[in-house]
Design a protein around this ligand. Structure first.
Ligand SMILES: Cc1cc2nc3c(=O)[nH]c(=O)nc-3n(C[C@H](O)[C@H](O)[C@H](O)COP(=O)(O)O)c2cc1C
Length: 396
């Protein structure tokens, strides 16, 4: 057992918040801030977590529960918990195992994994690592030609669904990344890296792992026809050139021909438009507060979307999930399942695969305890009668 593995296994690691400082100690500041930070003043980032306090529980006490049902399905895929690991770009920078070990940990726990386009591992290796459902999150970086190749590979590799993220017409400005020189450190020349490099030297253990891994290998799932694999150029510029539109969604639907989720929906109108374009599910999401600062917390936007779709498609939600109580509140308010990003990424950064295992286990134990305290036999039984939601949230 390595030192970081034993640290995350310690009985003192009780909550996701306990994984965060361990991650901070293991990885350099630019990488930690990339993971932890949000856009501009980080108002939406903070609000994503804070807003869960506005919803309170209505427990049913003195109820005998022999078993607690935690299973559900998303797009027909069985999940042992109503939880999936959200797409997290550059996971390989947090730990060399990156997307492969996160996917394996998810599969072992019986939950789903969503692979980001901005992955340092080949999608085939990530799919093969998991015995559970794996979805592929598609950006149109490199144009439709590159996307077509990725869609074809995802289909052959056996991905269960696509996730199309629509809230990234340009990248949000994550100020911490600029101050830390993240772009220069990832893709700059040695001269451009120099002012920032001291921050990396302060975490020699991480640096050795990173260098032995060969640094970041570019984007092996973005193969541009006639040009080859997309190098680690300025990802922000690449995203800006490849904003997803509704017309692209129509094209993706034709090319994929399988179920897809539209991620980044915050209004009833966008949810309805997603259904019109063939989505089988929507994820109510503000990208973890990393895009437009000042949009509502994801949980706050959930009632409007649930009301608009009226059960026609599955509604997922992500943003601010740190505890089992958060999962239960979101499901009670109509989400079929939630995605978590930072919750498992802290674990990945802290201790690789063991850290992801620990994050999932924390959420599983939390979730079961919350259902028992609530007097609810299973996640399938959760509904609005178990929570007090502020009245103003339901106003049109
Ligand atoms: C470091 C990091 C990288 C991310 N990269 C992507 C990405 O490549 N594609 C995407 O659709 N969402 C991405 N997201 C957003 C997550 O999928 C998810 O919406 C968000 O993390 C949910 O908020 P949470 O971190 O509070 O759980 C990223 C989030 C983080 C923290």
């Amino acid at each position: 057992m390595t030192r970081t593995t034993s640290t995350v296994a310690s009985p003192r690691v009780v909550s996701i918040e306990d994984l965060r400082p361990i991650a901070r100690l293991r990885i350099p500041k630019p990488v930690f801030d990339y993971l932890d930070g949000g856009a501009e003043g980080e108002v939406t980032l903070r609000e994503n977590c804070r807003i869960f306090n506005d919803v309170t529980f209505r427990p049913r006490h003195a109820v005998a529960l022999s078993e607690c049902g935690l299973c559900t399905t998303v797009l027909g895929c069985k999940l042992s918990l109503p939880l999936m690991l959200a797409p997290v770009g550059y996971s390989r920078m947090m730990h060399p195992g990156g997307e492969v070990v996160a996917s394996r940990a998810a599969g072992r726990a019986g939950i789903g994994y969503i692979l980001s386009t901005i992955s340092g591992h080949k999608l085939e290796d990530v799919r093969a690592a998991s015995k559970g459902p794996v979805f592929y999150q598609l950006y149109l970086m490199g144009g439709r030609g590159a996307a077509e190749g990725a869609i074809e590979r995802a289909r052959s590799a056996g991905f269960n669904a696509l996730v199309v993220t629509i809230d990234t017409p340009v990248s949000g400005i994550r100020e911490r990344d600029y101050r830390n020189g993240l772009k220069e450190l990832i893709s700059g020349s040695l001269f451009e890296k120099l002012p920032y490099i001291g921050q990396m030297l302060s975490r020699p253990g991480w640096l050795i792992d990173y260098l032995l891994d060969g640094g970041l290998p570019g984007l092996p799932n973005v193969i541009i026809p006639g040009k080859g694999q997309m190098p680690l150029v300025d990802i922000n510029a690449a995203l800006a050139e490849s904003a997803v539109t509704w017309a692209d969604l129509r094209w993706i639907r034709e090319a994929w021909k399988g179920p897809f989720v539209v991620k980044g929906v915050l209004t009833g109108d966008d949810a309805l438009r997603s259904i019109d374009e063939g989505a089988a599910a929507v994820s109510v999401s503000n990208h973890g507060g990393r895009q437009l600062d000042g949009v509502p917390a994801a949980l706050r936007a959930l009632p409007e979307v649930v009301e608009a779709v009226k059960g026609r498609v599955e509604v997922l939600m992500d943003g601010g999930i740190r505890r089992g109580t958060d999962v239960v509140k979101a499901i009670s308010m109509g989400a079929r399942a939630v995605l978590c990003g930072r919750a498992y990424a802290y674990g990945l950064a802290a201790a690789g695969e063991a850290g992801v295992d620990r994050a999932i286990e924390i959420l599983r134990v939390d979730l079961e305890r919350t259902l028992r305290l609530l007097g609810c036999p299973s996640v399938a039984d959760l509904d609005r009668s178990y929570v007090n939601v502020p009245r103003s949230w339901d106003a049109a």
